[in-house]
Design a binder for this molecule. Structure first.
Ligand code: PMP
Length: 332
């Protein structure tokens, strides 16, 4: 069977959250023909809701669908469906500073298929859930707290501790590491839980060929700062082209930083001034330490902190990203 490319997706309906029916021989269950996306809706002080660059997720889902031989909704259908779902769940968007509404679009081969082939039918659905901070290290940062006075409080993120485990790799060249397919995440579960059992926050993966170049963390991209130059691994098909990654590059360039997308060796990261991770779920998370072959290297936080506070709300409002790429939902 040929890759079905431009299948028709109906306009869709809003239904109560619940179990869905799936054929035991569906493409997604048998051959992992499934993709997901992740984005967030934030409540603004004026009550309106901000959706950050949702069309970028629509584009990325289409790119992944092409690799997995699936048709995908158009970017317009994708964004309209996100808007409708968020507005239907607007009471679940937390107040400003109290978290966000995580939005999970799923595209999967739901048609029955026994032979190894693309499924004949597809389903696109979206569900949502209010979320707080991703890493348990997150804390409320309080500055100048004299007794019985007003204190300035903002949600802060404590640095996370990563470990490099060279027995596990996330992706191989020519594989599916560059798309958000469900199987990529099954392959990190063991590495991630072993790291967590040892007290680390997550795993930092190296490339599977040279076992030397930085790739990414289980669910976020990574940036390295050295002498005011910000570097991040180049997109070469084995890491996810993160939407937060791209936004942080845009902001860093607009703030006058030198930004490089290139190969970064493990020796270089261990010699860095600072390391931070980016992603929709983790937002911008400072890295406090990286452990490699039993040696723990500790980092300071300076540059990354600049991006942590206020991302993405202030970034959108300051016009640090093109206005037409940020949606404000105000129609209620
Ligand atoms: N890498 C991986 C493996 C991820 O799962 C994610 C989260 N989507 C990211 C990077 C960051 O991507 P984004 O900034 O688009 O959330």
């Amino acid at each position: 069977m040929r890759c079905p490319r431009d299948g028709e997706f109906s306009n869709g309906t809003l239904e109560p959250y619940g179990n869905i029916e799936l054929s035991p021989s569906s493409g997604v269950l048998n051959y992992g023909q499934g993709l997901f996306e992740g984005l967030k809706a934030y409540r603004k002080e004026d009550g309106s809701i901000l959706l950050f660059r949702p069309e970028e997720n629509g584009v990325r889902m289409r790119m992944g669908a092409e690799r997995l031989c699936m048709p995908a909704p158009t970017v317009e259908q994708f964004v309209d469906a996100i808007k409708a779902t968020v507005l239907a769940n607007k009471r679940w968007v937390p107040p400003p500073g109290k978290g966000s509404l995580y939005i999970r679009p799923l595209l999967m081969g739901t048609g029955a298929v026994l032979e190894l082939a693309p499924a004949p039918e597809y389903t696109f659905l979206i569900y949502v859930s209010p979320v707080g901070n991703y890493f348990k290290e997150s804390y409320r940062r309080i500055s100048s707290p004299p007794i019985e006075s007003w204190v300035f409080v903002h949600e802060g993120l404590a640095p996370i501790n990563l470990v490099i485990q060279n027995d596990y790799h996330r992706a191989t060249p020519g594989g599916t590491g560059g798309i958000k397919t469900i199987g990529n995440y099954a392959s990190v579960l063991k590495a991630q839980s072993e790291a967590k059992e040892k007290g680390y926050s997550d795993v930092l993966y190296l490339d599977s060929v040279h076992k030397k170049y930085l790739e990414e963390v289980s669910s976020c991209n990574v940036f390295v700062v050295k002498d005011n130059t910000i570097s991040t691994p180049a997109i070469r098909g084995t890491i996810l082209p993160g939407i937060t990654r791209k936004s942080i590059i845009d902001v860093a360039v607009s703030l006058g930083f030198q930004v490089e997308e290139r190969l970064i060796s493990v020796e270089e990261v261990l010699d860095a001034d600072e390391v931070f991770c980016t992603g929709t779920a983790v937002v911008v998370s400072p890295v406090g330490s990286i452990t490699y072959h039993g040696k723990r290297i500790v980092f300071e936080q300076m540059v990354g902190d600049m991006f942590i506070v206020g991302y993405p709300m202030e970034m959108a409002e300051l016009g640090l990203c093109p206005n037409n790429s940020t949606l404000f939902l105000q129609d209620y």
